[in-house]
Write a protein that binds this ligand. Sequence first.
Ligand SMILES: Cc1cc2nc3c(=O)[nH]c(=O)nc-3n(C[C@H](O)[C@H](O)[C@H](O)COP(=O)(O)OP(=O)(O)OC[C@H]3O[C@@H](n4cnc5c(N)ncnc54)[C@H](O)[C@@H]3O)c2cc1C
Length: 476
Amino acid sequence: MDAMRYDVLIVGAGPAGLAAAIRLKQLEPTVTLCVLEKGSEVGAHNISGCVLEPRALEELLPDWREREPPLGTPVTKDHFWFLTQKHRFSLPVPPQMQNNGNAIISLSQFCRWLGHQAEALGVEIYPGFAATDPLFDDQGTLCGVKTGDKGIGRDGNPTDVYQPGIAIYGKQILVAEGCRGSLAENLIHHFQLRQTSNPQTYGLGLKEVWHVNSKLYKAGTVIHSMGWPLGTQTYGGAFVYHLADHQIAVGLIVGLDYQNPYLSPFEEFQRFKTHPAIRPLFEGGKRLSYGARALNEGGWQSVPHLTFPGGALIGCSAGFLNVPKMKGTHLAMKSGMLAAEGAVEALQGRGNDYEDRLRRSWVARELYQVRNIRPGFRWGILPGMANAALETYVFRGHAPWTLQNPTDHQRLQKASDSQVIAYPKPDGVITFDRLSSVFLCNLHHPENQPNHLKLGTPELAISHNQALFDSPEQQL
Ligand SMILES: Cc1cc2nc3c(=O)[nH]c(=O)nc-3n(C[C@H](O)[C@H](O)[C@H](O)COP(=O)(O)OP(=O)(O)OC[C@H]3O[C@@H](n4cnc5c(N)ncnc54)[C@H](O)[C@@H]3O)c2cc1C
């Protein structure tokens, strides 16, 4: 196997990995540094339409304004709605959801720009290369990764264009794969990093970007909603961000601790767009893109140990997402910056103190203060909102308790105890089917590429998932 060697290797060119790369070069310009990105280019795997809190950017590149970042549109107005099937009720916007000073950006464009800042400092970025396997030295320290073989046919055999993966070694390896990356999960398991934390819990986010002609479009408007179409027991919420140039990013996030195995996050999202307060925005418009991504919802309680022999977890690989704020980009960047400082210490033989740095940072304070909000929604939406108000306005993040996170699947009811949900057929105008949606995903695979998602124990899919829950995975 061919091999390349660096001082630091970063897996993933999202906000966390790129901020880490920039900070490393700022601290130690002679360090050799490589970033692997599995997308065909930097930003290819980030879905656009995101509200950025620029706090970490300000700390990373204090002169960012002169560097002309693609910061889209400043947020001009925040709304927080509670929806019933026919009506909307405006609620006071909770402090976490206030976006004064934030901007609605395209995350893909922002990552591309961060990539250029990193390259200007001498960082080598290799798009199109996925890290597939960890490599350990004789002491059990993570010392590198293997990249995936290319040109394997559907039958698993090499084709004419076969290229074997290569080994890339680093003295420090920062894992920045985003939410539930396969290498990160492998390392969390291998180094038992979750021994003192709660399990991670997840949400599924579905998002579309539209070009709209509606008179209701107003650049800079941010709408968050709770309630319909999700019932009173399912955590989730929708967002509508009015970007620049008559574009709107609309999405729905569904907590994966939902109870009814017949619930389909995709169909719920399509239904959301038909609400009388939402539909008029999209009438006469054109859907430009679609994407779906998992996000961490476990918060502070679910953050695992961050360092292990040879490296560290950063960004959403470690679970840094502020659920009530619905933001993780600023936390991902700051954790990357702190991990870079820890990696420099480690390269100089002083031990990696990233975990201490992070636990003393504003990332920890921010996540700690909202730690009880998301778990309270397991009691239902209205009790969850009451608990959120209590945590925010009365305890102000300092309640003398911490609610724990069970795993998501523990709340799933048996199919025999659940009602089948009949979703309306897509109209092809405002609502769409899965196939036409996936077509707009910006994902490209060779026709005969083998499936990279493999079931650990295939029998369980039938004997357990299907027998008890009627295979909820088919509803996603
Ligand atoms: C629907 C939705 C809406 C959101 N809205 C907002 C918002 O409005 N504001 C906000 O601040 N945050 C938002 N977030 C969260 C935000 O996107 C994340 O917190 C942030 O992107 C995390 O950055 P990251 O660098 O840790 O991971 P990511 O941005 O996920 O980047 C990880 C990168 O690593 C690459 N990668 C993964 N595995 C490998 C591998 N094995 N080898 C090589 N490369 C790999 C991926 O292709 C990707 O480019 C939203 C998330 C979702 C899902």
